[in-house]
Each structure stands twice: as C-alpha cells, then as structure tokens.
Design a binder for this molecule. Structure first.
Ligand code: NCD
Ligand code: ZN
Ligand code: ZN
Length: 350
C-alpha cells in the first residue's frame, strides 16, 4: 500500500514567475503549474520583471496577464527604486507588500540603503516591506526599522550573520520576520563548485558553519520560501551565469526528507510552509484547500519538472514525498502531474 499524507495547501511568498517580459524562462501558466506540482496553492510574485513593477499601469498589466493564466492563487508585490512614492496609495490595495532590493541581484534594481528611510516613510500601510538585505546593509536596516517600526520581512536569510541580525531585531521587539530558502538549507559553497552556474544565486551559497547555524536556529525562521528564480539552461551555463535557481517543485520533498531524517518536525514544516506565511502576508486559508502526498522515495529528474526552465540544482537527489493530488476550495485541480482545470482558474489575491 502506498503511504499517503495530507497537508494544508502550501503558501510560497517568494517567487519570480517572469511574466510579463521574460516568458522564455517561465510564465504565469507554467509557474503556477510548477507550484501545484510542488504542493503550493498560493504564490506571491516579486516585482523584478524586465520592466520592474513600479507603476500602477505595469501592475495592472501584470495582473491582467495572470488572470488569464494562473492555476493556483497568486498575489503580487510592488517594487520601488525610491522614486515612485506617488504610486504607493494607488497600488496598496492590489498588492501583498512592497519589495526593496538593497543588494545587486537579477534585474539590477538595487536601491541605495540611504533611501530606505524615505521609502519606509512613504509606505503608509501595515502590509509588509520585504527586503533583499545582505550582511553589508543590515546596520542601515536596523536603524530604519528601529526608527520606523513597520512590518518588515527579510528575504532569503543565508548566513549566521544575517540570521543573528534577525534574532537581534526580534529580541528588540521589532516587527521583523524572515524567510530562508531550501537551497541555503540544503546546499553550501562546496556544492557551488560542482554545480557551477546552476548553484549561482543571490545571496550566494554559504559555508557549512552558516548552514548549521540556520538549522540550529530554526525557531527564528518564520518562513521557508523557495525564491523560485527560473533562468534558461543557456543563461546558467553562460559566463557569468544569471543569479537564481528554481525551487517550487523541490521545496516540499526536501523538507519531508529532512523530516524523515529527524531534522525538523511535521509541525515545524507546516508552520513555515503554511501557517506563518498565511499570517505574515495575509493569505486567506480554507480547510477545503489541501494536498495529498505520496511518501515513497524518488529521484529528482530535470525532465520530469514542470517549470519551463527545466532544471533543478537538486537533480539526482533521492527524496521522499511527491505531490499526487491538489484540491483548491474543494475542486480537484491537479492529479499525477496533470492539471485538471483551465488556465485562469486561480484567484488573484489583493
Ligand atoms: C532572483 C531572480 O532571479 O529574480 N535571483 C536570485 O538569485 N535570488 C532575485 C532575488 O531574489 O534576489
Ligand atoms: Zn533577493
Ligand atoms: Zn527572489
């Protein structure tokens, strides 16, 4: 008999579905199909599109594209380079938060940390401000959040020093949450050598000491976010490669495998993939939205992935837990790698 488990529909608050603008890498259909295959019934999409989502008009075009294509639920973040504050009140009811890139990454929309304080002042909402903030900018972040304690989510915390910052902020009572990616939990700078471009992302893979620190301080990690960042194989084999790795289809099996190895509990897994992201990002939950997972072991194979990018840094890994059925608001939407609903069946979250 096949061992099957049931979990609530998972929520990934950090994906890059590349639509509009770079749909050779992914689009709203393939990206949300990959989400269902990975057990995610809600994703929240980042604003670093080819044309960054920094105006109401671009946001509306993006939402219109998503409406026609998505097969799971989706929300969006707004972007800023520090020069579009007049747009904030126009978009605040249509997005799940504001994203600020304080370090170089895909898209090149880096904001100088000295502008952070003005951005915080202009964001007059309780919806979170999400930061791409690596070690070198954390002092500025601490100062800004201390002066203006607005809800802040630090994305893809990757090192001991970054997590220590989050712990310090939490212990100071600041409204700070954080996410960690599966690649920083399961890969290190040693793997980067053999993966070459396929192990290249921001923040970079870190040492075993950093990785051990993340696992040892899991209680401070609110969310495990895939940072699904698809690029084509050609872009990852180029010199230099582009930053980012896909992750929607591998996050859950990696964590269920870690659970089987005693590295985290089922409760800790559900908190980080469902309960906490729902609370932090205001995602409605529904008890008729759930996933069923076959707990047999299998091997991650690039050709079996449904993301348009067609590869994973975890190809060849033996894992436990393949999603075989997804039910969204009592409707069966996915079974055995087949999507059972029309494109556009997903809901747009506001
Ligand atoms: C992301 C991308 O490709 O959009 N890349 C990455 O390396 N993580 C951007 C980001 O999250 O920084
Ligand atoms: Zn980032
Ligand atoms: Zn990202």
């Amino acid at each position: 008999m096949v061992d099957t488990i049931k979990l609530p529909g998972l929520i990934d608050p950090h994906v890059h579905l590349r639509d509009p603008g770079q749909t050779d890498k992914e689009d709203f259909y393939t990206g949300t199909v990959a989400a269902l295959a990975g057990g995610f019934t809600t994703v929240i999409d980042m604003p670093n599109n080819l044309e960054p989502i920094t105006t109401l008009e671009r946001l509306e075009r993006k939402i219109a594209s998503a409406k026609k294509q998505t097969v799971c639920d989706i929300g969006f973040y707004f972007g800023t380079l520090g020069d579009n504050f007049v747009e904030f009140p126009k978009v605040v009811d249509k997005v799940k938060g504001l994203k600020v890139y304080l370090n170089i990454t895909t898209g090149g929309f880096t904001v100088d940390p000295t502008k952070l304080s003005a951005i915080y002042r202009a964001w007059e909402s309780t919806k979170p401000i999400l930061l791409h903030a690596e070690e070198d900018v954390l002092d500025e972040v601490f100062k800004t959040v201390s002066e203006q304690p607005k809800t802040t989510h630090v994305c893809h915390v990757s090192s001991k020093k970054e997590l220590e910052f989050v712990i310090r902020a939490k212990e100071a009572g600041l409204p700070v949450s954080c996410g960690v990616t599966p690649h920083h939990l399961f890969l290190t700078d040693e793997d980067a050598k053999s993966l070459k471009g396929y192990g290249y992302m921001k923040p970079f893979l870190k040492s075993k000491v950093d990785q051990d620190f993340l696992w040892q301080h899991l209680k401070y990690i609110d969310v495990i976010e895939s940072d699904h960042a698809p690029h084509t194989k050609a872009e990852k084999e180029a010199d230099p490669p582009l930053f980012g790795v896909p992750g929607l289809e591998t996050t859950l099996p990696l964590l269920l495998t870690a659970e089987a190895e005693g590295r985290l509990t089922r409760t800790q897994l559900i908190e980080r993939l469902h309960t906490n992201p729902a609370r932090i990002f205001g995602v409605p939950v529904n008890e008729d939205t759930y996933i069923e997972i076959n707990m047999n072991e299998y091997v991650i194979v690039n050709d079996e992935l449904l993301t348009k990018s067609g590869w994973s840094p975890f190809a060849g890994w033996h894992v436990i837990g393949r999603v075989h059925r997804v039910v969204l608001r009592d409707q069966e939407v996915y079974r055995n790698a087949q999507v059972l609903v029309q494109a556009g069946n997903g809901q747009i979250l506001s």
